[in-house]
Design a protein around this ligand. Structure first.
Ligand code: EPZ
Length: 418
């Protein structure tokens, strides 16, 4: 199995260009099935999650042309058959095929989605939303079958502002009869991007980016071309790296507003960030003081950045805390971070990590436990003394387009080895 080999301690200079958002692209691609004409999506990240979605499209007989950072749907008709676990289990976002196929064909038959082991990852809110629109949902041993004679707009309140449930219900509602209202909806930039994508093909969605989204059903969705919004989590990951090792390092093609919760925390720790219209620049690094982080839904501190933030807090002076409020099992990266020399305690309820700073990490053989935990280990390797070998790197390659090339080009000593 390939591994990452990193020799740490190198200062990083130059420019890292952020790609399109994984958590938008993985929704836009299934959503394209809803369109009745040609769809072209650009700025698509070249990552294995997109490969997994393309495999499902191919299985369903959808004709697509895949470029390195683009995908064109020449015909969005599908052969609506059972999607097996071998395909849907490869990623969490396969569940968007439920909303899209239900919204267009009123019948879905597929296995439950997969995804990183950061929590139980239920989809009850998605299925409740489909039922509110008039669908009948049957679950049978990991398989879900959804049928609707007709989808009729409804008032839906989400118990939690779930990103996936918000997007999936929108996909099922864009062609439903009448008006659907989603209350307590998610406001993440990738949710906004999907709504803008659907509106660009003639959907009628309002309240975009607010907690109350209204969808008026339409009959036809016409051709569109769409650029995926920049990946706020990829951007944040590289801004953290720049804060630790940057020497005139620029992270560009980002929307600063999307990661304001991160940059405000980095500045609170003492990082000197130059924040431009679409970039963030770090001229040099210095000593930082420990801070406390609590993960929240957008615009709060994103759960997807708490693991990449851990090595930063390990480097800060003093004591820091991370409180993870979204996922019940998102500290799996901490064991190997301690193995590299960090001093961290996790509460018995697995919700709070206390980080005793000023630790100097030493390169070790470690493993990626999940996507963002893997990114966290890369950062540990970049700042550690000596050589770090990271196993299970398929997790990392699921969500970070060309992470090795991007880091190499700014001076990191990182390579994929067998
Ligand atoms: C999306 O997951 C992202 N994945 C996750 O990013 C991200 O951590 C998460 O949103 C929160 O921002 C994709 O977009 C593919 P949720 P999703 O539904 O949609 C509970 C990454 O690293 N919940 O907002 O699955 C759930 O248990 C990945 O890129 C229900 O209870 O997240 C969790 O506690 C990891 N029932 C909370 O809501 C449901 O039906 C947040 O889940 C759905 C969710």
């Amino acid at each position: 199995m390939p591994k990452l080999k990193i020799v740490g301690g190198r200062r990083l200079s130059g420019e890292i260009v952020v790609d399109g958002a994984k958590n938008s692209a993985v929704a836009l691609i299934p959503a394209s099935i809803l369109c009745d004409e040609i769809v072209e999506i650009n700025n698509v990240p070249d990552i294995s999650d997109i490969d997994a979605l393309e495999e499902i499209l191919d299985y369903l007989g959808v004709k697509v042309e895949r470029g390195k950072h683009s995908i064109v749907f020449n015909d969005t008709k599908i052969d609506n058959k059972f999607i097996p676990c071998s395909m849907s289990g490869k990623l969490r976002a396969s569940y968007y095929f439920m909303g899209a196929i239900l919204g267009k064909y009123k019948h879905v038959d597929m296995c439950f989605p997969g995804g990183c082991s950061i929590g139980e990852r239920p989809i009850n809110l998605h299925l409740k939303g489909f039922e509110k629109l008039g669908a009948v949902v049957r679950e049978d041993d990991g398989r879900v079958i959804i049928d609707a004679d007709e989808l009729v707009g409804a008032e839906i309140f989400l118990d939690f502002p779930s990103v996936g449930a918000t997007i999936n219900i929108i996909l099922a509602a864009v062609k439903a009869r009448g008006k659907t209202v989603i209350d307590n909806a998610a406001k993440e930039p990738h949710v906004i991007d999907v709504c803008n994508f659907l509106n660009s093909m003639g959907a009628c969605i309002s309240g975009i980016g607010t907690g109350r989204i209204e969808i008026i059903g339409v009959d036809h969705l016409h051709s569109t071309k769409h650029n995926v919004v920049p990946d706020m989590i990829e951007a944040g990951t590289y801004v953290i790296i720049a804060s630790l090792l940057g020497k005139n390092l620029k992270v560009s093609n980002l929307e600063p507003l999307h990661i304001e919760s991160l940059t405000s925390k980095l500045e609170e720790a003492g990082v000197n960030l130059e924040i431009g219209d679409d970039y963030i620049f770090v001229a040099d690094v210095s000593e930082y003081k420990g801070i406390d982080i609590k993960t929240m839904v957008y615009p709060g501190f994103p759960t997807d950045l708490q693991q990449p933030m851990t090595p930063f807090l390990v480097s800060c002076e003093g004591i820091s805390h991370i409180e993870e409020t979204i996922w019940e099992n998102r500290f799996q990266n901490i064991a190997d971070t301690i193995k590299m020399g960090a001093s961290i305690e996790v509460s018995s309820d697995n919700k709070v990590a206390t980080i005793y700073g000023s630790s100097k990490l030493v390169g070790k053989e470690v493993s990626a436990t999940d996507l963002r935990g893997g990114a966290s280990m890369v950062i540990c390797g970049l700042i550690a003394d000596g050589e770090t070998i990271i196993d299970n790197i398929s997790y990392i390659l699921r969500g970070y387009d060309d992470i090795v090339g991007k880091l190499n080009r700014v001076g990191a000593d990182i390579k994929i080895v067998d």
